[in-house]
Design a protein around this ligand. Structure first.
Ligand code: MEV
Length: 418
C-alpha cells in the first residue's frame, strides 16, 4: 500500500482530498471540484468519503396503479428510461391502469449449519425448538414486535450437505436488513451454544415471501403505429415475451429493461437497489433456468401483461430518513406505505418493459433512443446548454452519428455563429 493511503479513513474530508490529489499527482483544481460536491451527510455515510456523486432525477408520469394516479421520482443516468416508463404508463393508463394487489411482506434471515452428521435428525431437532428460536430472535430486537412485526415462523431447508434455518421476519415498513441480521446472529449464537456449527447468519436477498405481482390489459388501439395494427404489435410483443422465457441471452436484456425502471425508483426512494437486483435475478432463475420476469399474452381485445418479482422495499430505515432528497421524493409521490411503494415500483417496471418491447416490435429501439442520446452526445463534446438543442437537431438529420460527428456539428455551429 502506498504511504498516502495509510490512515486515510481517519482524516477529515478536506485533508483526505488533498492527500489523494498529492498521492495520485492530480491537478490541484481537483481538490476544489471534490469539495464543491461534498456534504456533511456523505461523510457520515461512507468511509474514505470524498464528495457526493450526482445522478439526474426526473418524474415518471401517467402512472395509474389500483385506480390511483402517481407521480414517481426516478433517478437514472440513461436518457431514455424516464421517457419510456412514462410512455408505457400512458398506454396502460388509457386502458384502465395497472392492478397490483397488496401482498405479503416478510424477509428471510438465514442461519446455516455446517459439518452436520445427521441432516434429517438435525432438521427435526431444530423444528422441535422452533418456538424457542423464534423467541430468541424476537428478544434480540424487541421493538419490532412492539410495532406489530417480528420473527413469525421458522422453516428448515437442507441444500447440499448444509442445514439452513430460515427465519420468516416481518419488518413492518422498514427495509429491515439490519434488524434481520441482528435476529439471525442471535439465533446463531443460541445454536452455537447448543453445539451446532454455524457457518453463516445473514439476511437472504432471495425474498420469496415479499413477492409483488402487477398486471395490465392494454387495448390494441394503444399499441398501434402508423404502419402496424395494434393486434400485429401485440402479437410481436407476445412472441418477444415467449423468447425471453426460453433464451437466457434475450431474458437478461428483457429483465434489464424492467430493472431500468425499478432501480430508478429504488434509488429515488432511498432503497437498497442492489438487494432488489439480486433478488429479482435469483427469482428469474428460480426453476433453474433464467427467464424473463414478465410475460405478455394476446387476448380478445388487447395485450395482457404480468410481472412478479420480490420487492422487499421500505419507506423507513436505512438511509431513507437521512437523505433530504429521499424525503422530498416521498412528498412528490405521496407514497405512504411499503406495500404501496412495492405496487408502484412493479408497475413502473412493467411500464418500462412494455415501452421497450413495443419499440423492439415496431421501429426498433434506436429510433427513440437516439433522439435522447443526441442531447447527451452534444453535452459530451462540450456543447453549452444553448448549443445542445442545435447540435441535437443537426445530429437527428445525419445518416451516421457518433462523437466525432457531434464534434464536427458543434464546430460548424460555432463557425456559423461567429
Ligand atoms: C435498454 O436499456 C433496455 C432494453 O434493451 C430492454 C429490452 O431490450 O427489452 C431496450
Amino acid at each position: 500500500m502506498t504511504d498516502w493511503q495509510h490512515g486515510f479513513y481517519k482524516l477529515d474530508p478536506q485533508t483526505r482530498r488533498k492527500r489523494l490529489v498529492d498521492g495520485l499527482n492530480l491537478p490541484d483544481s481537483v481538490v476544489k471540484q471534490l469539495a464543491a460536491g461534498g456534504s456533511a451527510l456523505g461523510n457520515e455515510l461512507v468511509e474514505n468519503y470524498l464528495t457526493d456523486y450526482s445522478l439526474p432525477e426526473g418524474v415518471g408520469l401517467n402512472l395509474i396503479v389500483n385506480g390511483r394516479q402517481y407521480v414517481v421520482p426516478m433517478v437514472v443516468e440513461e436518457p431514455s428510461v424516464i421517457a419510456a416508463a412514462s410512455n408505457g404508463a400512458q398506454r396502460v393508463a388509457r386502458s384502465g391502469g395497472f392492478h397490483a394487489p397488496k401482498q405479503s411482506r416478510e424477509l428471510v434471515g438465514q442461519v446455516v449449519l455446517t459439518d452436520v452428521d445427521d441432516i434429517a435428525a438435525t432438521k427435526e431437532k431444530i423444528l422441535d425448538q422452533a418456538a424457542h428460536l423464534l423467541a430468541v430472535a424476537n428478544a434480540a430486537h424487541p421493538s419490532m414486535q412492539r410495532r406489530g412485526g417480528g420473527a413469525n415462523h421458522l422453516t428448515v431447508r437442507t441444500p447440499g450437505d448444509f442445514v439452513s434455518v430460515d427465519l420468516g421476519i416481518d419488518v413492518c415498513q422498514a427495509m429491515g436488513a439490519n434488524s434481520v441480521n441482528t435476529m439471525a446472529e442471535a439465533v446463531a449464537r443460541e445454536l452455537t451454544a447448543q453445539g451446532y456449527h454455524v457457518l453463516v447468519a445473514i439476511l437472504s436477498n432471495f425474498a420469496t415471501n415479499s413477492l409483488q405481482t402487477v398486471t395490465c390489459d392494454v387495448d390494441f388501439a394503444q399499441l398501434a403505429t402508423a404502419k402496424m395494427s395494434g393486434q400485429a404489435v401485440a402479437e410481436r410483443i407476445a412472441r418477444l415475451s415467449d423468447l425471453a422465457q426460453v433464451d437466457t441471452y434475450r431474458a437478461a436484456t428483457h429483465n434489464k429493461g424492467i430493472m431500468n425502471g425499478i432501480d430508478a425508483v429504488m434509488i429515488g426512494s432511498g432503497n437498497d437497489w442492489r438487494a432488489i437486483e439480486s433478488g429479482a435475478h435469483a427469482y428469474a432463475a428460480r426453476d433453474g433456468h433464467y427467464r424473463g420476469l414478465s410475460t405478455w399474452q394476446v387476448k380478445a381485445t388487447g395485450l395482457h401483461g404480468e410481472l412478479t418479482l420480490p420487492l422487499p422495499v421500505g419507506v423507513v430505515g436505512g438511509s431513507i430518513g437521512l437523505n433530504p432528497q429521499t424525503k422530498l421524493n416521498f412528498q412528490i409521490s405521496a407514497i405512504q406505505t411499503a406495500e404501496e411503494l412495492a405496487a408502484v415500483t412493479a408497475s413502473i417496471g412493467l411500464a418500462q418493459n412494455l415501452a421497450a418491447l413495443r419499440a423492439l416490435a415496431t421501429t426498433g429501439i434506436q429510433a427513440g433512443h437516439m433522439k435522447l442520446q443526441y442531447r447527451s452526445l452534444a453535452v459530451s463534446v462540450g456543447a453549452t446548454p444553448a448549443e445542445v438543442p442545435l447540435v441535437a437537431a443537426k445530429l437527428a438529420k445525419s445518416n451516421h452519428v457518433d462523437q466525432e460527428r457531434a464534434r464536427q456539428v458543434l464546430q460548424a455551429i460555432r463557425k456559423e455563429q461567429k
